[in-house]
Write a protein that binds this ligand. Sequence first.
Ligand code: ATP
Length: 359
Amino acid sequence: MSANSALHIAVLPGDGIGPEVMAPALEILRKVEATTDLKFRFTEAEAGANHYKATGKSMPETTIRLCEEADAILLGACGLPSVRYPDNTEIAPQIELRMLFDLYAGVRPARLIPGVPSPIVGADTRGIDLVVIRESTEGLFASMGKGTVSHDEARETMLITRRTSERLFAFSFKLAERRTARGRSGGLACVDKANVFKAFAFFRGIFDEVAQRHPKVKADHLYIDACAAMLVKRPWDFDVLVTENMFGDILSDLTAGLIGGMGMAPSADIGDRYAVFQPCHGTAPDIMGQGKANPTAMILSVAMMLDWLAEKHGLEGAVEAGERIERAVDKVYADGIKPFEFGGSNGTADVTKAVLQAL
Ligand code: ATP
């Protein structure tokens, strides 16, 4: 934390709707600043497809240095389908940051806010409140940029390490314990494909070892395929899920769909020292520049950032501020706001204004 006590936040708006949802998030933080003892210093930096188009790099060294120095990193969304590397993959500094800063725990909460329509029958009365923890530095993504392709075959290799898995599971049990203390008791499930792949049997074995050290949490296993079906049928039965990178990528989009859409799903990529907070969604080129992006996921990511900063620096006020943001978001949906994302007519500005008022 900086000497003058202002929390230094690296701000990477990115591409597409990234800057459109980042602006409301900063307005929310300014409002928090005006009503608490917390102080923020924002430094904006380049990253993403537009930067690559202009310079041939996904992000400059100065962005990486800024992220190293800042107390936390806020990211909008990066990458555009129309801008690609010569091997046809997209520009993804958000994935590079996870690798660079060892952000192994991708925390993706999916909470159905009362008033938001879920496609799942019964969810409005039974509720959905779960967290997917996606390992974010290895798994199938360890192969990023290293796969081999010939005329006749293509190969990518999945990597699971003991070091990362142990820290991932320790983090997951800690989070499950924290949720249990707040009244949830669904436990922690390891989601894998241990019946087919040795690497997943290894992953599961480490989960079981770490589980021994956390007897208060109900530890469980699920195969990814069965888990996907159960999430759609009975999402209210889940509390915390932990899984490999690629599985988590897919499952967390599924769980975002359960709670209204990508614009409702926040996330945090957390390591031992650094953390990046960003919505689960991408740059949504189909709606960019139209004022239709739902900023809720980005605003809730800011609440997650405050919670993380609170724990890291022992800032009571930041816990309270994060909770206030969540309550403000809940209030605007209870009052009937309906973003374009789920068939309404409220754009980015309407949602932002309503949350600011509720704060
Ligand atoms: P990525 O691969 O980078 O995660 P993606 O290609 O899977 O991105 P998104 O950019 O997340 O996809 O968009 C998926 C769909 O969800 C699109 O139809 C998009 O318009 C919609 N969407 C995403 N984010 C929002 C948002 N904040 N508000 C409204 N709609 C959104």
